[in-house]
Design a protein around this ligand. Sequence first.
Ligand SMILES: [Zn+2]
Length: 272
Amino acid sequence: MLELEILGGSATAPTAHGAASSYLVHGRTGLILVDAGPGSLLAYCQAGHDLAELRAIVVTHLHADHSLDLMAWAYRWTFPQVRPRIPVYVPREEIDRLRRFDELFGIESLPTMNSPILQSWEIRGLARDGVTSLEADGLQFRSYAAHHSVPSAALRFESPDGGVVAFSSDTGYCRPVLEAAADADIFVCEATYLEADDDALVGHGHLTARMAGELASEASVRRLVLTHLSDPAMGAQALVDAAEVFRGPVQLSVAGETIRPSSVVERGGGAG
Ligand SMILES: [Zn+2]
């Protein structure tokens, strides 16, 4: 059964409400990390997970609030022991930026850590075409071209047992994200603002909570999870705005919660 566990959804740094963007999709035998925002490694460990459970990492885009902890994960993956290589997916246009990240933080005197990210994992590109079907721990997933200031991948995970979890990534309102979310059981959608101008929404590429509700409604999703709020204090109004245009259940992403397609929400351990 497909499950979504929330490690954090802050739009910036870790806060008292949890890590920056990071989620776990529970696969057939282990876990798939979606985004590695600051605090994600700590939240993962505090939730009681072992590194051996991790089967793949998928990073929607290389803004720091979604990817900065990749280096922390890579250090952990290679020291003091080198762990088995697992696939790490990023938008394929961005693979070279991982090399530059390695150049900054590689350790020349430790052979296993010269290039921590490239040595730790098998780096694979996301096509963002909505067609290419990938597999991670028994789940099929596809990537879609979200509208953002850097290559950004909306994601759609499908379980063979039924159940779809979709992620908007950071994005403006666009058709590929609608396709990623179509009829999803759980749609994790960014809601960065309550109000914003076109420079933020169309130029840079973000959504208001109301626009997240409109996307969820147009895509006929079953449950909407609002995330990436720029200010935790806007949560109550974000729920109101989204619910005005989306009739189904809507909630905020809360660190430590696990959400199942059956709509059962459980409060977990200590991601904080
Ligand atoms: Zn971003």
